[in-house]
Ligand binder design. Structure first.
Ligand code: ADP
Ligand code: MG
Length: 618
């Protein structure tokens, strides 16, 4: 039964509950919905502002305060004021250790492989709980502004987020009491806000340039038949508007002959100057000079100097754009549309750099800090069934597969496969009577699993005892639209089944992805050689095993001479296996195979004729 309610805020009947779109940002978060005029609209609850700073403060009673109010404690109580929690979602300490200096609160580092925890107030919090607090605040604001319960949401994440980070985002939503209908890529949401992708007959290649407070990413998307495909993403998760503020701050310290080390001691002064720097930066988006006095210091900055201060950082973003195009196998002229996202793209110098690089004016009609939430609201509307269906398609950045004999990686879902996707392969046992099969799931491009990233491991138990090679084990990988992987193993003869859902124990940074890809290219040749050797060895060992069983079992059909000659071949193969030389192994395996083939046929014939006799055909 469909729920019918009256929305007091809009005065309209609502057949279905509203599904909101949420941009859960590193610096700022916000929520949007589709208004009765069918337009996406950001929520500004009781004039509290549209952007909710993604900051959580814990007061003495361990109560969470979120947003602008929390931001004020950054100076006065930094160890209990958590910012940038999005950087920690689905991450291990190991992933963030390199950048730990930017966090003024305590991140637990005792187990570097486990997901990070944060100590604030007098207890530990997971990044999921902290993001949950931000989402709770957004939900409350939406409910207050719309005067209706909000239980369902679409939440956006960067295109480079891995399974673990997506799952963590989903879990944060759950904690906030939200049913997360879909996790959507931020660049996809931004293009939807510009109406790109809403017309199924449209075919476009677009670039989404997103420069926020602390992160930068660029995504190349292809939109075809209403399907969004991420062709490539690139960026730097530690580059953003904060760097601009820091550059201004350092410039002022120098101009005022202040020692950085001395000012750094004075939290309040430091924070005041930092806020002043941000104000100067924002002002210079629309004017040419900024001039303010803080105490006895003059905070003066002209546009030209500002641009010099940030030009290296901006150049870095352009290099990332170049790399993204290269990965997508495209050139700037192939891009039909460039979209600007993130508050920092309000800086004219940034806009200009993007325009120069792509050779066309970027889209900037929609507020860059609202565009993602607006697009998420459109996606929510699509999911609510209010628009003709739009599919959202992403690609998986690294191959997924399982370990096979000799520690080889057997890829089941290849890198760059579109998700959702499903793939499977059949395996069998290598030893007679084997009743368990260990299934180890890996992610990566190398031929040897030990060079890849292990995601999970489980045992398929209870395979009925059968000769090696007879059981048929189907292994299926299902990667859903949120990038979450389900691995299922089923033995077809017995129906024994085992299934796991993968929530990797720790995250994977985009740097790691890049490194894994580069490593795989660098080691391609030696990897192939190793793979061939391992395959030859596995084949040789399997043959050794079968041949030994064969002469044991069928001795009555063989002559003494045949048996001893077979044994000589077996020993020759065993010696070859010890040499680690692929060609020798293959040669000896071949010889053994060739030598025993006639006996094998004879034994078969004998077996068949016995069976026929038994049947008594009349
Ligand atoms: P995120 O996606 O990382 O949460 P936002 O898209 O909200 O972040 O961007 C925040 C950044 O945008 C901050 O560094 C902020 O100073 C910067 N910013 C906001 N308004 C302007 C402006 N008018 N000019 C330049 N930078 C701005
Ligand atoms: Mg953002």
């Amino acid at each position: 039964m469909a729920k019918i309610s009256i929305n007091l805020a809009t005065g309209s009947f609502q057949k279905e509950e509203i599904i909101v779109g949420i941009d859960l940002g590193t610096t700022n978060s916000l929520v949007a919905f589709i208004n009765p005029d069918k337009n996406p609209q950001v929520i500004n609850d009781a004039g509290k502002g549209i952007l909710v700073p993604s900051v959580v403060y814990f007061n003495g009673q361990n109560e969470a305060v979120v947003g602008n109010e929390a931001k004020e404690y950054l100076t006065t109580d930094p160890s209990n004021t958590i910012f940038s929690v999005k950087r920690l979602l689905g991450r291990s300490y190991k992933d963030v250790a390199e950048h730990k200096d930017i966090f003024s609160y305590k991140i637990i580092d005792d187990d570097s492989d486990a997901l990070v925890k944060i100590y604030a107030g007098d207890r530990f919090y997971t990044p999921i709980e902290l993001s949950g607090e931000i989402l709770k605040e957004l939900k409350a604001r939406a409910e207050h502004a719309l005067k209706t319960p909000v239980n369902r949401a679409v939440i956006t994440v960067p295109a480079y987020f891995n399974d673990s980070q997506r799952q963590a985002t989903r879990d944060a939503g759950k904690l906030a009491g939200l049913d997360v209908m879909r996790i959507v890529n931020e660049p996809t949401a931004a293009s939807l806000a510009y109406g790109i992708g809403l017309d199924p007959s449209q075919q476009k290649t677009i670039a989404v340039y997103d420069l926020g407070g602390g992160t930068f990413d660029v995504s190349i998307l292809q939109i075809q038949n209403g399907i969004f495909e991420v062709l490539a993403t690139n960026g730097n998760t530690y580059l953003g508007g904060d760097d601009f503020d820091r550059a201004i701050l350092n410039y002022w310290l120098e101009k005022n002959n202040l020692d950085v080390a001395v000012v750094a001691q004075d939290n309040i002064l430091m924070q005041t100057l930092r806020l002043q720097a941000e104000a100067a930066k924002k002002a210079l988006s629309t004017q040419n000079l900024y001039n303010e006095q803080v105490g006895e210091f003059w905070c003066t900055l002209d546009k030209q100097t500002f641009e010099q201060l940030i030009s290296a950082k901006v150049e870095e973003t352009i290099t990332a754009c170049k790399n993204a195009l290269k990965d997508a196998d495209l050139s700037a002229s192939d891009i039909d549309e460039v979209i600007l996202v993130g508050g920092s793209t309000r800086t004219p110098f940034v806009k200009q750099a993007v325009e120069n690089f792509f050779g066309k004016k970027p889209q900037d009609n929609i507020n860059p800090d609202e565009v993602v939430a607006l697009g998420a609201a459109i996606q929510a509307d699509v999911l609510a069934g209010n628009r003709s269906d739009i599919l959202l398609l992403d690609v998986t950045p690294l191959s997924l597969g399982i370990e096979t004999m000799g520690g080889l990686m057997d890829v089941i879902i290849a890198r760059n496969s579109k998700v959702p996707t499903k793939a499977g392969r059949q395996y069998t046992t290598s030893i007679d009577g084997q009743v368990n099969m260990k299934i180890s799931v890996y992610q990566g491009e190398r031929d040897l699993v030990k060079e890849n990233r292990k995601l999970a491991e489980f045992d398929l138990k209870g395979i009925p005892a059968m000769p090696a090679g007879l059981p048929k084990v189907d292994i299926n990988f299902l990667l859903n639209a949120d990038g979450i992987l389900t691995v299922q193993a089923i033995e077809l003869r017995s129906g024994v089944k085992q299934e796991i859902e993968i929530t990797p124990s720790y995250g994977l940074s985009d740097d790691t992805v890049e490194k894994m890809l580069l490593d795989s290219i660098e080691h391609a040749k030696s990897d192939v050689e190793q793979r061939m050797l391992i395959e030859a060895r596995s084949e040789g060992e399997q043959l050794l095993y079968t041949a030994e069983r064969f002469i044991e079992k069928h001795a009555e059909h063989l002559t003494e001479g045949e048996i001893s000659a077979t044994k000589t071949h077996i020993e020759a193969l065993r010696t070859a296996l010890a040499t680690q030389e692929k060609d020798t192994i293959l040669k000896k395996a071949d010889e053994l195979n060739e030598f025993t083939r006639p006996f094998a046929e004879r034994v078969m014939d004998a077996a068949i004729s016995t069976a026929m006799k038994g049947k008594k055909i009349e």
